[in-house]
Design a protein. Sequence first.
Length: 416
Amino acid sequence: MNNDLLQHVERYLVGRLLGPEALAQYDRGPVGKAFLRPTASALVRLSDDFTRERQNLAEAAPGDYWHDTRCLAYLFHFLPRNYVKAAWVLAELGGHPDVVKELTAKSRFTVLDVGCGPGTSALATLSFLASLQPAAFQVRIVLVEMSPAALQKATDLLRQAADWINAERHEAMTLHVTPHTGDAKRTGKYPPHAAADFIWLSNVLNECAPEDGPPAAWVRELVRKHLAPDGSLCVIEPALHASARAAMQLRDALLEDLSECGIFAPCTANGPCRMLAGRPERDWCHVALTWHPTPLVAQLDAMTGLSSRIQKFFYFVLRKDGKHATEARSGWTPWRVIGDLQREKGREKRLVCGPDRCTLLMRFKRDRHAGNEAFSAARRGDVLWLSSAPVLLADGLRLLPHTQVERQTVASPTTE
Ligand SMILES: C[S@@+](CC[C@H](N)C(=O)[O-])C[C@H]1O[C@@H](n2cnc3c(N)ncnc32)[C@H](O)[C@@H]1O
């Protein structure tokens, strides 16, 4: 369903924004380059704005890019890339049996998508809920966004999405969209709504003017006043040093201030961020997913030299009900993989974050066996469950020869 929805969105946008001739080409194969050239050059510019030329974003009004051709670049490239990240975060929630049980028992949901842009995360949530819930259900989506242009696109895409989803269902999903033009930080001005099952802050914190103060105060209000007791606050940020570290600090501030909150993921335990506490300043937490880019993303990649197959991102999910993506298992400890496998003479190592530290976990060549193969097979974002505590070395932790290693992956329908 997730992939289907993304395909519907892409096809719809091609017809709406590039016209019937481009749509006819899209249905047969690649779209002619002449149709895509303005989007491709805007994509290069927007991509720079989001990475090495961030000063441009900081100096412009919020959502400035919704008013020129960069809007096309966002819709055709960033929307699908951010959608698969949100779908991945949702898939991890959907991997928790009790979360699924609670969600399937409900027939009314509220989703608050703050800094929604074109409704990327709300779209992924609709698809996720539709895949979980075969019975009829209602969703209220509250969209908060500074840019009226983005808000209008989000509203349109969500209404279309409800039709596409319902066309494949026996029992209808009823959608209500409440758009709100305004500043994310002014939570008191949000339209009234039932406590939210999902609050999304997806790629927006880094765009909220830092001179207005750190985001902890208004995000705390968001959690206190807008999140349901069994809801999830889902934060996604780009895998960039500054934005990820700022979000790691936000995570710590929220856990410190909100005693009712616990971390669902990616951290495998509550308490202060182990990376901020114990790793060098140059490190930042991020995971990665691999997906099959949609046809237009692949075409735009080929035209611009960008590469979208692997999406790296920072995320965290907070909940008030104490659930964790890694529920305790007697005798086993969970370690989140946040680094790629590095091979050196006689051993392999990778950065992991676990119950009491963020460090390099090592497997010596001579200790390799079928029961710990998961150590090298795992990808960034997986959890490695160890059957016994690793041993402390000067430069990290060492897997003991007899330790069994199990791999917990996020099974997202949009990823490989
Ligand atoms: C990078 S986009 C993310 C859109 C969407 N959440 C996603 O993940 O694709 C950031 C969005 O936040 C909006 N934005 C920036 N600052 C904002 C603020 N202070 N209040 C509300 N929206 C804001 C921008 O207009 C833009 O649409």
